[in-house]
Design a protein around this ligand. Structure first.
Ligand SMILES: Cc1cc2nc3c(=O)[nH]c(=O)nc-3n(C[C@H](O)[C@H](O)[C@H](O)COP(=O)(O)O)c2cc1C
Length: 360
């Protein structure tokens, strides 16, 4: 019998009841200072039948902040707010890990009393962002000095320690979608000429220092990372994604982390503009569990598992709109459609009001 979405899976110390994971989704429902709110506990508890919940991206430090009403994990109040979330999910027999976030160059001076956001190089992302003062174009970041890097790695380690203290089952470093870790990895945003830029090994140096700092803080089995090798969001690019991410997967495999989460959009491989498929290379390079995300449904998710491409499938928008997604997939029930207008708006509307099958 081929493996299916409904089979359990062991990830490090965690016995997970199915392979239907909830992908990380920023929802902007925290307080302005990043403290999680009571409705966040309800939202995650509603989705506790996931094999594993990966939370929305959560800032590791004041410098890492840059999204209106996104949560943090660097104060006692943050830690207390998250404890209510983990307790609610655990009461419902769910499992939940926290996604650790530093936005790097795609933050904005409005979040930092006028100071510039930071990145590997002084290269601006293209496009606009939203700050507490409205829509603004991205600014050119300040290139980090080498001497600042150990402090940022320590911020990740402290955030990971706080996450475990708040009851999380582990942490996932956000290395995807054009935020600080990804900005170091890919050569479109990293043009440093010291040992943190240039070669693939140099571009992975700081990301791997962060991973090791988090492992030292909470253990390798509770540490994971998410990557998006060909994702273009936030103005990202790399001249050789297969080589770049194969190298990273090899090093991460040696470190024995809990899982590798890969965002690779399901695409028509025969299309002229289809990006290269990186996942098969990561599968060969990384010995641990691989979580795959991007446009999957019941059929394509099961196919990816049966073919051995990945060990679990993460669903984002389908989980946003269907709190009981595993049950709906198991019974092949119709799915609710996500409402885009309320993805990031404050309050319970478009957040807590998606019905379960029983409530329809
Ligand atoms: C509202 C929303 C917020 C998101 N926030 C995050 C995030 O905080 N961290 C992250 O790694 N990806 C984030 N993503 C990307 C999703 O995790 C996922 O990669 C993407 O939606 C594709 O998966 P899907 O086809 O199952 O929706 C977000 C996506 C959506 C729709």
């Amino acid at each position: 019998m081929p493996v299916t979405l409904f089979d359990p899976i062991q990830i490090g110390p965690l016995h997970l009841r199915n392979r239907i994971f909830m992908a990380p989704m920023t929802r902007g429902r925290a307080q302005a200072d990043g403290t999680p709110t009571a409705i966040m506990a309800v939202y995650y508890e509603q989705r506790a039948s996931a094999g594993l919940i990966v939370t929305e991206a959560t800032a590791v430090s004041p410098q890492g902040v840059g999204w209106v009403n996104a949560p943090g994990i660097f104060t006692d109040a943050h830690e207390r707010g998250w404890r209510a979330v983990t307790e609610a999910v655990h009461r419902a027999r769910g499992r939940i890990v926290l996604q650790l976030w530093h936005m790097g160059r795609v933050s904005h001076p409005d979040f930092h009393d006028g100071a510039l956001p930071v990145g590997p190089s002084a290269i601006a992302a293209t496009g606009e962002t939203v700050t507490p003062l409205g829509k603004k174009p991205y600014v050119t970041p300040r290139a980090l000095a080498k001497s600042e890097l150990p402090g940022i790695a320590a911020d990740y380690a402290n955030a990971a320690r706080r996450a475990i203290a708040a009851g999380f089952d582990g942490v996932e470093i956000h290395g995807a979608n054009g935020y600080l870790v990804d900005q170091f990895i890919r050569d479109g945003s990293n043009q440093r000429d010291d040992e943190y830029g240039g070669s693939i090994a140099n571009r992975w140096r700081f990301p791997l220092e962060i991973v090791r700092a988090v492992i030292d803080a909470v253990g390798s089995e509770r540490t994971a990372i998410r990557v998006s090798p060909v994702g273009a969001y936030n103005g990202m690019s790399d001249s050789d994604p297969i080589a770049t991410f194969r190298y990273g997967a090899e090093r991460l495999s040696e470190l024995g982390i809990g899982y590798l989460h890969v965002y690779e959009q399901l695409a028509d491989a025969s299309a002229a503009d289809a990006p290269p498929r990186v996942l098969p290379h990561l599968r060969k390079a990384f010995r641990g569990p691989i979580v795959l995300n991007g446009g999957r449904d019941l059929a394509s998710g099961n196919a990816a598992l049966a073919e051995g491409e990945a060990d679990a499938i993460a669903f984002a928008q389908k989980f946003l709109a269907n709190p009981d997604l595993p049950e709906r997939l198991r019974t092949n029930a119709p799915l609710e459609q996500p409402r885009y207008a309320t993805f990031y708006t404050p309050g319970p509307e478009g957040y807590l009001d998606y019905p379960t099958l029983a409530e329809r």
